[in-house]
Design a protein around this ligand. Structure first.
Ligand code: ADP
Ligand code: MG
Length: 276
């Protein structure tokens, strides 16, 4: 039986310290760490040369936390997301997702784990052009070998979350970029994943549609406890996150916590200070 279990990780963020003698229940329980990355290195070896894409990255992200990853082009952002998503193997270091070591899993177990526990969103929406929005959202269920009727209620619920009930029967070419990305987000959420990985999800969108996507990711983290990791170049988008992690040359060079979505100017300043 190599199918992964769905229990949360064993480690926890910020152990809830209570003063001695205080037996009231005022301190909320610590949230489990969902993504636990230690000393991660990734070296891509090509015939001509070696590229160190990640050079000792350690990062813990708690359940329901929205983390933005910023950094110049080539700093290792996509590589980090791919490693956390189990799409590529690390050269060294460990990655635990919900307490499971992805590198130790069999290929089959990792594939099933990815499909059920990790939702992925890219800059390109990757929708199937011949399917309607509703059918695209339901696609992971078909891939998983389950009948469509099992997910009808869930698909309707998701179309409501992304506010596309009215457009459910449209094909991608009849939808705006922002609407297509919302379909892709609904699809990523179908199996109620523990984490959503979003690699520059608003790279092709105008500012109004981008805001809708950032707000949606924020709501998913707040309301559904989903852990969100989003790569972005935009300070306005990063301001929606609980924490901003800045990468440079494959290393984390700083972290800070924006104070809300109106905090874009502060995020831009902090990022400039760190990344130069
Ligand atoms: P970012 O997403 O921050 O732009 P990436 O993680 O895509 O950065 O890339 C980090 C570095 O690794 C870059 O120098 C890039 O050229 C290199 N790289 C990424 N993917 C590959 C690959 N498949 N083969 C070789 N080099 C790669
Ligand atoms: Mg990238």
């Amino acid at each position: 039986m190599d199918e992964p279990q769905r229990n949360p990780g064993e480690t926890t963020a910020e152990p809830a310290a209570r003063p001695a003698g205080d037996d009231t229940e005022q301190v909320p329980p610590a949230r489990p760490v969902i993504v636990d990355v230690r000393d991660l290195r990734k070296v891509y070896a090509t015939p001509e040369h070696k590229v160190t894409a990640l050079d000792g990255v350690t990062l813990q992200v708690a359940a329901g936390c929205f983390t933005a990853i910023m950094g110049a082009s080539g700093s290792g952002k996509s590589t980090l997301l791919h490693l956390v998503g189990g799409l590529t193997a690390p050269t060294a270091g460990t990655i635990l997702v919900e307490g499971h070591d992805l590198a130790q899993m069999s290929d089959r177990a990792r594939t099933i784990f990815r499909r059920r526990r990790i939702g992925v969103i890219f800059q390109e929406y990757n929708l199937l052009p011949t399917l309607t929005a509703r059918e695209n959202v339901a696609l992971p269920c078909l891939v998983d070998g389950r009948p469509l009727r099992d997910t009808r209620v869930r698909v309707d619920e998701l179309l409501e979350i992304v506010q596309l009930q009215e457009r459910a029967d449209h094909r991608p070419d009849a939808l705006s970029g922002g609407e297509q990305q919302r379909v892709a987000i609904a699809r990523a959420l179908l199996n109620n994943p523990a984490i959503v990985l979003a690699d520059e999800p608003t790279g092709n969108l105008d500012s109004k549609q981008s805001r809708a996507i950032w707000q949606l990711l924020r709501d998913i983290a707040n309301q559904h406890g989903t852990t969100v990791l989003m790569v972005t170049h935009e300070a306005q988008g990063a301001a929606f996150a609980d924490e901003v992690v800045v990468l440079k040359d494959g290393k984390i060079i700083g972290k800070f916590e924006p104070k809300g979505s109106a905090d874009a100017a502060l995020v831009a300043t902090r990022y400039q200070e760190l990344a130069g």
